[in-house]
Each structure stands twice: as C-alpha cells, then as structure tokens.
Design a protein around this ligand. Structure first.
Ligand code: NDP
Ligand code: GDR
Length: 319
C-alpha cells in the first residue's frame, strides 16, 4: 500500500521541502491550504501537479476532520503556524489560536478519524527562550520569551499529553532555526541575503536591522525535513532536538553575507529600534545527540555554506 501523508503549512518554507522529500520517497502528498485572496503557491509551483491541495484552516476543526476522513493519510505533519516571533507580540491571541490551539484541533481530528495516524508536531527552540542551560537538549527546562514561544510550548505539551493519554504515535521535533532560499523575507537571515543582492544590484543603499548580538543555531531547511520524516518512521514516538550544534550572531551572519560579495556590512547595516523585540532570546545552541544516536540524523549544511548558498540564490533570483 502506498504511503499517504498530509502536510499542514505546505505553502511555507518547510512544507515545500518536506513535500519534495516525501514525493521522492513515493508518498502521495496531500497539502492543506487556507483560503487567501491571492495564491501562495510560489514555493510549491514546481511540484504542484504532483500534489493534492485541499482547502482548510487550523482555526476550523471540521475542515480537518473532513480532509482526514476523505484522504485517510497514514502520516500527518503539522507545520502550519503563525510562525513569525515579532508578529506574535502584535497578534498574540491569533498566534495562540493557530499555533497553540490549532494543534489540539488537529490532534482531536486524528482521534476522531483514525488514531493510528502518525503525527509530527513542529515544535521550536523558541520554547527554550531565556535558556536555562547551554547547549539546550530535550531535558532543558523551557522559558519562552514571546507569545509565539508560549504558543509553541502549548503545542508541544498537548502533543505529549495526547501521546500519553490516548496512545497516539505523536512526535515533537524541537527544531532550531533553519533557513534557506525559500525562507520568508521578514526573517533575519533572508532579510540580510535579500538586502545583499539588492545592494549589489543597486536597488538598495542600506539594511535596517534590530539586535545584531542575538545568537542562533542556524541550519538548512532541506536537511531538517529529513529529521521530521525519520521521527515518524520510528517504532516509538518521541521528542527530538534538531540542530547544527553551532551558534553565531546576527552580526556574524551579516559579516559573512556581505564579505561573500566583497562588501563590508558596517557600511550598510543600520540599527533600527522598530526591529527590536519587547523580550529577546539572546542565545540558542542545540545538543542534537539524541537525534544523532537514535535517528542517525545530523546537520549536513553548516553556517558558512548556508549563508553563501542563500546569498547566491538571491543574487541569481535578481539577475
Ligand atoms: P512558514 O511561515 O514559512 O509557513 C507557515 C505555514 O503555515 C504557511 O504554509 C501558512 O500558510 C500556514 N498557515 C498559517 N496559518 C495557518 C492557518 N490558520 N491554517 C492553516 N495554515 C496556516 O513557516 P516554516 O515553514 O518556516 O516553519 C514550519 C513550522 O515549523 C512552523 O510551525 C514554525 O513555527 C515551525 N518552526 C520553524 C522553524 C524555522 O526555523 N523555520 C524552527 C522551529 C519551528 P500561508 O502560505 O497561507 O501563509
Ligand atoms: P526567530 O527568527 O525569532 O529566531 O524565529 P528571526 O529570523 O525572526 O530572528 C532571529 C534573530 O534576529 C534578530 N534580528 C532580527 N530579526 C528579524 N526578523 N528582523 C530584523 O530586522 C532583525 N534584526 C535582528 C531577532 O531579534 C532574533 O534575535 C525563527 C522562526 O522561524 C520561528 O518560527 C522558529 O520557531 C524559530 O526561528 C526557531
């Protein structure tokens, strides 16, 4: 029997990479799309004819029950979320509805339609927030610093709770930042590499950023979706930290990106109060030992290669 996967958030960065991976593995892939006034197919246009795209929303439980009943997937990957930390301070209730309660709606839909479905929840290193130890592993205490982080923590615990209460095969991947050419333009890394390409092409003179000292464990999205899939292939559901185990500052990211095109970031980067956050996550770096030993997964693309591949992709896009 062919494997059938249902992906929420298929139009997002990770959804597009995961859909590619599952198609390559021979899966039939069903993707959830919410209704929008313009199409958001950009990241999946190249594989669109191989996907089954269905309408629905994490805010609407019946739409998920209907999709699961109609297509009867064997695996569900919940990647949909209001995923931008800055926006979560401005739209905290919406973030809670989608990013937190949306997980419960989907888990309930699974319980109603078919409790044997394997479930992946996209948890986040933002749950560590004001990190209580370094590096952060599956046993590090959580201390979220944004409505987004708080919402993700709810999603994480409800996944564990449904696993323990109802025996669902539900796993949670605590993924550290992962980026790439398909990253949304508002996130720091893509904002930087897009600006580098615009500056090189004479379309911009400066880049306005917030906190340059924040440190993140940045990996490549294409590597990380493999870990999601591996989690659902295990006999037993579990939670895993997925990270490169390196940390770098936003300033270092700027330095490497601008140097890649022969420029000095200090001539272009301007700090702007509007991009600072009410509460910041200063330093994240993961300990991915469990994923390495149990899943056989490790990050293939490291920081410098990631920065260069993103700059090159933005340069090519603008050429
Ligand atoms: P994106 O922001 O690129 O994609 C988010 C997706 O969620 C989009 O497809 C979006 O649809 C969809 N979506 C938003 N709201 C709803 C809703 N109400 N109902 C249905 N779909 C909705 O995120 P990423 O691909 O970067 O991340 C994927 C997941 O992983 C997210 O849950 C994110 O929080 C989490 N995560 C991401 C990390 C990262 O570094 N990228 C790290 C750790 C966790 P639309 O196209 O219509 O906007
Ligand atoms: P993050 O990613 O908050 O880690 O969440 P983001 O790229 O938005 O910020 C990373 C760090 O850069 C600092 N920063 C700026 N950020 C943005 N967006 N824009 C700026 O101008 C800017 N200047 C400095 C931020 O303050 C922050 O410290 C991402 C999302 O994908 C989440 O969904 C995911 O869960 C986590 O990664 C892991």
């Amino acid at each position: 029997m062919s494997k059938r996967a249902f992906i929420t958030g298929i139009t997002g960065q990770d959804g597009s990479h995961l859909a590619e991976l599952l198609l390559k593995q021979g899966y039939e892939v069903i993707g959830l799309m919410r209704r929008t006034s313009t199409l958001t197919f950009e990241r999946i246009a190249h594989i669109q004819d191989q996907l089954t795209l269905v309408r629905g929303d994490l805010l609407d439980e019946a739409s998920m029950i209907n999709v699961l009943s109609k297509y009867r997937p064997t695996e569900v990957y919940n990647l949909a979320a209001q995923s931008f930390v800055q926006t979560s301070f401005e739209q905290s209730v919406l973030t809670g509805e989608v990013t937190a309660l949306g997980v419960t709606r989907l888990l309930d839909a699974i319980r109603i339609v078919d409790p044997t479905i394997r479930f992946y929840q996209a948890s986040s290193s933002e749950m560590f927030g004001k990190a209580q130890e370094t590096p952060q592993s599956e046993t590090t205490p959580f201390y979220p610093r944004s409505p987004y982080g708080v919402a993700k923590l709810y999603g994480h615990w409800i996944t564990i709770n449904y696993r323990e209460s109802y025996g669902l095969h539900a796993s949670s991947g605590i993924l550290f930042n992962h980026e790439g050419p398909r990253r949304g333009l508002e996130f720091a890394t893509r904002k930087i590499t897009d600006a580098v390409a615009r500056i090189v092409n004479g379309k911009a003179m400066e880049l306005r950023l917030g906190n340059l000292e924040a440190r993140r464990d940045w990996g490549y999205a294409g590597d990380y979706v493999e870990a999601m899939w591996l989690m659902l292939q295990q006999d037993t559901p579990d939670d895993y930290v997925i990270a490169t185990e390196e940390t770098h500052s936003v300033r270092e990211f700027c330095d490497v990106a601008f140097r890649h095109v022969g420029l000095d970031y200090r001539d272009y980067v301007v700090q702007d109060e509007q991009f600072f956050r009410p509460a910041e996550v200063d330093l994240l770096v993961g300990d991915a030992t469990k994923a390495r030993t149990k899943l056989g997964w490790s990050a293939q693309t490291k920081f410098h290669d990631l920065v260069r591949l993103m700059v090159d992709a933005d340069l090519a896009r603008m050429a």
